[in-house]
Design a binder for this molecule. Sequence first.
Ligand code: KE4
Length: 434
Amino acid sequence: MARKPLGRKFTFSRLLYRQALGLMPGGVNSPVRAFKAVGGRPIFIKEARGSKLYDVDGNAYIDYVLSWGPLILGHAHPRVVRALQEAVQRGTSYGAPTALEVRLARLVLEAYPSMAKVRMVNSGTEATMSAIRLARAFTGRDRVVKFEGCYHGHADSMLVRAGSGAATFGVPDSPGVPRSVARDTITLPFNDQEALKRVLKKQWRQIACVIVEPVAGNMGCVLPRGGFLKTLRSLTKRYGVVLIFDEVMTGFRVAYGGAQERYGIRPDLTCLGKVIGGGLPVGAYGGRAELMSLVAPEGPVYQAGTLSGNPLAMTAGIETLRQLRRKGTYEALQERARALEEGLRDAARRARVPVRLYRAGTMFCMYFTEEEVVDFATAKRADAKRFARFFHGMLQRGVNLAPSQFEAGFLSLAHTKWDIQKTVSAAYDVLRTL
Ligand code: KE4
């Protein structure tokens, strides 16, 4: 449990949380927000601007969650706000095609040459769920391979953990997921090329696709190692298995063209989300022409959405990508992220606390462990209790980190050198107390 706050009051957050608990499961609309992994009670946010969050008690925080990735420009970017204010005067949704969808689709396809066509949806879950259905239709096969610790949204087939023997049938990771669905999901250790080779060699005739977070951001931040992605690409090509890059988090974050640009891999299908909505609900999936031509109404694979491509979400996405395309953007992001990484590493060294810190572009994670983190098993050996104490210490000092050791942190264009200095000095203060 959090120690007594350093003078920070959480009175109204507590009041709202009590009310919320009587109205919504766990008082939240998405589980990770409830602080279960770090203990304590969530803070309720009143507003946000740039790199800062402001809670209902008037406390300010330097924000490294950024709504779990989307706000790469920072909160309430003036150009995004102005564009939305103009758009909303023209209505909020028409349920009919608009020029805005054409514009955002073109921006996405220009950034992801592996995509011949793209379909807009409303969340990352819808994007991955639809991509998997498309891969199954294209191959006529049912099984899906995913990796432990990778999260692809909450569709049934993705809420599966490794079954006994790992490389055979999956077991439901949540009640309500039928065993019949779970058994078609095979879960392997991330970065384990040998396990992948064995499974594909033995079961390729039943495997429709392999879906992967090319940089894993849902078990902290775990980087692909030793040619893992290249092996993934060559083996899936050899066996006619569809390779799906889930770039909902890495897209436009680890590079403008995502992890596929950074690592030089062309997947068959790509899922996007978060950044392309600029903070409004957008997901997308796209890829090779022969796959995308199967999507209704062009082809028989059904997928639909009332608010898919709605004008407000498209407007926020277009404006966000327009800002990201400006010269020098990613160099500036990289420079700030490097300063943060080096500062945190140095603070841990000076405080004599063993940590492992990983970063890809502006997504990062600091594990409380001495061993290399290469997959979910090694990530789980990090000291999550020590992370929880670090999390609360930082929150009390005005720094908002993701409330779980198994989440990535994010940096935005709005984070200043001063923000990073304050973060590093707060980290040193807290690390010394751990
Ligand atoms: P959504 O359905 O939440 O829009 O996207 C699901 C998803 C798919 N793929 C990847 C790689 C993702 O990271 C996500 C969602 N990420 C989590 C954060 N780890 C969203 C936060 C939450 O669940 O509240």
